[in-house]
Design a protein around this ligand. Structure first.
Ligand SMILES: [Zn+2]
Length: 92
């Protein structure tokens, strides 16, 4: 794994020369790298969001305040226990 002192020197020298000769290429590599990363991040975020929705079965609208929320059970009608209580209080 570790390079010998001589090999490291050679590599550093090579890289220095290469970088000196190809400044535009380095710029392009940098751009490509970050563009790729930016794209990856977006894709991952989308996938995560999709998974979030699928994992938690379905979204529903709260009967009391109208806020969209993730229904943990199919018969969930309220975004929170506070709204559930509010509903029962209104009913009675
Ligand atoms: Zn609510």
């Amino acid at each position: 794994m570790a390079l010998s002192e001589q090999a490291r020197k050679l590599r550093n020298e090579y890289q220095r020369t290469w970088r000196h000769k190809n400044p535009e290429r380095i710029k392009q590599i940098n751009i490509n790298y970050w563009e790729k990363r930016a794209n990856k991040t977006t894709v991952t975020d989308n996938v995560t969001d999709k998974n979030k929705v699928t994992d938690n079965s379905n979204t529903a609208i709260c009967d009391v305040c109208g806020t969209p929320f993730i229904a943990r059970r199919k018969d969930s009608k309220y975004c929170s226990s506070a709204c559930k209580q509010k509903h029962y209080r209104l009913k009675n």
